[in-house]
Structure formats: C-alpha cells, structure tokens
Design a protein around this ligand. Structure first.
Ligand SMILES: [Zn+2]
Length: 362
C-alpha cells in the first residue's frame, strides 16, 4: 500500500467517524419519538378482525380494579427452576432432553396437587424424514370447574440458534432461557401458590410442544420452510372439535413468551388486541393498578408489532388469548439466551398481574 492510498483510507475513516458521531445522536432521539408517535397514532392493529376504534382503546382504560390477595410468588425460586431446566441442555421435540424435562415437570406439577394430562400426537416436519411424537402437557387446577382459564408457554427449544451471526455457532447447544423456558419456570413457581389463590375459575397450565421445531426456515416469498406451532394448533383443533361435548369451557388464555428479561417492555401485541381487545384491556389495566411498570398500554413496535405465536391458534379456536411478550430481546435465538438474562423481579412483577387477574374470576 502506497503512502497516498494510506492517507486516503485514513481520510475516509475520519470522515466515517465524524458522520457516525453526528448521525448517532440524531437516531438516538429519533427512535423514542417514533415509538411515541406510533403508540399515539396506531394503537389499533390494522387487521380487519379488530372491532375496536382508537377511542375505545383509550376509553376502556377507565375504571378501577379491586385489589387482590397478595401472593408470595418467589422470583428467585422461579429463576432457580429456569436454571435447572436449562441445565438439562437443549429440549428439542422428540429428543431425550425433552423427555427428561417432561418427567421433571409431570413430577413437579403432580407433587403440588395438579392433575396432569399428556396430550400426545405424531408430528411430521416438512424438512424431516420421520415423524416424532410431540406432547402437550396440561396441569389442571380445580379440574371439576366448568369455567376455565389457560396459562401457557411453549416448552420445546429450537434446534438451531439461527440468530447467531456466525453460522458455525448455530448448532452449539442452545438452551432458550427466556424463549419459552421462562414461562415454564414461571408456572413451576406458580404451582406452589395455586391452592391459595382465591379464584372461581379452574386453571390449566398448558405447555406446548413443537412451537419451533424448525430445521429449515425457508426463504420468504420463494420457498416455504418448516411449520411452527404444532402443539398449540393440535391443542386448539382438538378443543374446537369437542367443544359441544366438553363439560367445561375455556374463557381466556394468557401466553407467556420472552417476558422475563430485566428490561422487558410489555407493550400490546397486535394479534392479541385484534382478537381479544377486552382481555388485553383487562390485563393491562390490572398491571397499571398493581404498579407493574414493564406493562405498557401502547402498541408494540419493531419486532413486537404483530407476533405470530401460540396464541393465534387459540384465538382461532374461539378462546380469547393474549400474548405477553417483548420480542425486542437482544438474545433471541442466540446462544446468549441464558438464565442470568432473566430477572426474578420481572417474573414476580408479571406474577402479581396474573394472580390479581385470576382473582377477578368469580
Ligand atoms: Zn423462539
């Protein structure tokens, strides 16, 4: 490299630095503005199924929430459960890791007084030669009650950490802590308190298998990839088929996914509001009344705008279902999605909202 070329390169580097410095403050202030404008102008998803106008979204916020009995949800213990599950290693559908997790969960929920049902079904992924047996686990509290609520999460882990920038890292063991597993750990801790929560509803913890049994994500617009949501679709279709004959009815469902990190921002996800605006309003109103600051009664933004997740199948089967999610989680589908990214305080804050909400069912 000649001296002149070197100086040209140094010059370009200096210019890039100057542009970077000038640019950065501009983008930094632009982002919150954009978020605020978004929350203000577009609280209602564009989906046709949304029956509410923006004004209704605002108006529904009025009203008070009766205070509930305080439930001593132990955030630290829920994080211990999370660590314990992640220590099993990957828990991909149909693998030994998943089987080990299932056994641990069945034992745990039965020990705390739930009636556990294994909903098994064969599933064949498009990119795979053989079918696997998938299992939704259902832990039922007050199984005799006809008015029922679902609290749910997926409990399988993705075969590849496909957001790792270096492809060589994709197939290193991925434990998926906040993605799915945090919801399972949350429900494990909640199991300690279910007998003491004064609610008139029966509650089913539903753990979905095969949410992201994805080997081939496909190419958008060119080639269809693998199918998501095996577990929730099976559960929802099974329920819809039998609904006339069942002795109970699901009144509402809350899905927990990517909610447990310390700086979680739980805005309103689009499909939740499109399908179940009343339920969204109820839950976010309770969050406000109990001081759960991670819940924001505003439209999700960025990746959290409209999230296809397990709640969609439930809503399609006629169960109003809300996804409590912050998809803008930097460790999503990366090897760094590990238990210490999750916060005991955050889990306890979400528990305060959920347990207060459960007490509203008479
Ligand atoms: Zn995921």
């Amino acid at each position: 490299m000649g001296r002149t070329t070197r100086w040209i390169l140094v010059g370009i580097a200096v210019m890039a630095l100057v542009v970077g410095l000038v640019w950065q403050p501009w983008t930094a202030t632009a982002e919150p503005q954009q978020r605020d404008r978004f929350a203000d102008d577009r609280p209602v998803p564009s989906s046709e199924s949304s029956p509410m106008s923006r004004d209704q979204f605002g108006q529904d916020r009025a009203g008070t929430v009766a205070p509930g009995k305080a439930i001593p949800f132990d955030g630290k213990r829920s994080l211990q459960y999370l660590t314990e599950l992640c220590d099993i290693g990957p828990r991909v559908s149909g693998t030994a890791g998943m089987a080990k997790q299932q056994k641990r969960l069945v034992d745990h929920f039965e020990k705390h007084g739930a009636k556990v049902t294994r909903q098994e079904f064969p599933a064949r992924q498009r990119s795979q030669k053989d079918a696997v047996t998938m299992t939704n686990l259902i832990a039922s509290w007050h199984p005799d009650r006809k008015q029922r609520i679902i609290l749910c999460s997926h409990y399988d882990t993705r075969p590849a950490a496909d957001q790792e920038p270096n492809r060589r890292d994709w197939h290193k063991p991925f434990v998926s802590a906040n993605d799915g597993t945090s919801g399972v750990a949350f429900l494990m801790e909640l199991a300690h308190h279910m007998a003491d929560i004064p609610t008139g509803a029966g509650v089913d913890f539903v753990l979905f298998d095969g949410e992201e049994y994805i080997f081939d994500p496909g190419v958008p617009g060119i080639r269809e990839g693998d199918k998501y949501f095996f577990g929730s679709e099976h559960f929802a279709q099974d329920y819809a088929k039998q609904r006339g004959q069942l002795p109970y009815r699901y009144e509402a469902a809350v899905l927990l996914d990517l909610f447990a990190h310390a700086d979680a921002r739980l805005a309103v996800e689009g499909y939740s509001f499109a399908f179940a605006p009343g339920l969204v309003t109820q839950i976010w109103k309770i969050a406000e009344s109990v001081g759960a600051k991670s819940f924001r009664f505003e439209r999700g933004f960025g990746r959290s705008l409209d999230v296809l997740d397990d709640h969609v199948a439930l809503n399609r089967a006629g169960i109003p279902a809300v996804d409590i999610i912050d998809f803008d989680y930097e460790h999503w589908h990366r090897l760094s999605d590990t238990p210490e990214k999750c916060s005991p305080q955050q889990m306890a804050e979400v528990a305060k909202v959920i347990t207060t909400w459960l007490q509203g069912w008479k």
